[in-house]
Write a protein that binds this ligand. Structure first.
Ligand code: SF4
Ligand code: SF4
Length: 238
């Protein structure tokens, strides 16, 4: 057994091609006795056992958690980023104005915003498509939004067998943003302006980018009762 000692250098003069040349010699290895090696190994073993028995008598200090058994008590850091979501105001209206700033801010083209002419505004959000499969959770989209219309949530259980199922429609309804809806006093007109949107079921890949080993395919919409509940009723809560 040998131990590297890079700090133990010395200067020497050696003869190279018949001429004296000053050199710095760094001994890379120092031989050690078997007893010293055994003492090191024993100390390391005892340190490990001390840690293990410490966890045995103080279970609250254990860092590793048993997932998914601990799902009910799982605590994630406050800024944990796992899923992009469009926020709603206190009336249940989406804040997104379809300005596309987040789409431009995204370094991976993971956001695609489709718009359409609106009854209450010149253009409105038709579909907000988010590709989780290429998202790096950098948060640039959230920070770029001037309306606070986006947020990252800690919802992290997204395991699927096909990457194409990681393409989501984030808007619950197609329609104008809250700032426009709230200016319309007629409740029936507000309700008519909001058309429910189901999960994305269109062709993939989007943005002309191939998915490695996967060809474009039209995927059937999958049930998503959490995000894709019925569009909020006008005046409802978020
Ligand atoms: S978190 Fe980053 S990579 Fe993901 S959609 Fe937003 S900007 Fe794009
Ligand atoms: S989420 Fe924000 S930045 Fe993105 S299109 Fe909507 S309003 Fe614009």
């Amino acid at each position: 057994m040998a131990r590297v000692k890079l700090t133990d250098t010395r200067k020497e003069t050696r003869t190279l091609a018949g001429r004296p040349v000053p050199v710095v010699v760094t001994p890379r290895f120092a031989r050690r006795g078997r007893l010293a090696v055994f003492a090191d190994a024993l100390a390391s073993l005892l340190a490990g056992m001390r840690l293990t028995f410490g966890y045995l008598v103080r279970p609250s200090t254990v860092v590793t958690r048993q997932y998914p058994e601990n799902r009910a008590t799982l605590k994630l850091p406050a800024r944990f980023r796992a899923r992009l979501r469009l926020t709603l105001d206190e009336h249940g209206y989406q804040r997104c104005t379809a300005c596309r700033l987040c789409e431009r801010a995204c370094p991976n083209a993971s956001i695609r915003i489709l718009t359409r002419p609106g009854a209450l505004s010149k253009h409105e959000l038709d579909r907000y498509i988010w590709r989780m499969d290429s998202c790096v959770f950098c948060n640039a989209c959230v920070q770029s939004c001037p309306f606070g219309a986006l947020e990252m949530t800690a919802e992290f259980e997204h395991a699927v067998f096909d990457r194409r199922l990681l393409i989501f429609t984030l808007n619950r309804y197609a329609g104008p943003p809250a700032s426009v809806l709230l200016k319309e006093p007629d409740e029936a007109k507000r309700a008519a302006a909001m058309e429910p949107r189901d999960p994305y079921g269109g062709p993939v890949p989007l943005n002309g980018t191939d998915l490695p080993y996967l060809k474009a395919l039209a995927v059937a919409p999958r049930p998503d009762p959490v995000r894709h509940a019925a569009a909020p009723a006008p005046g409802g809560q978020a």
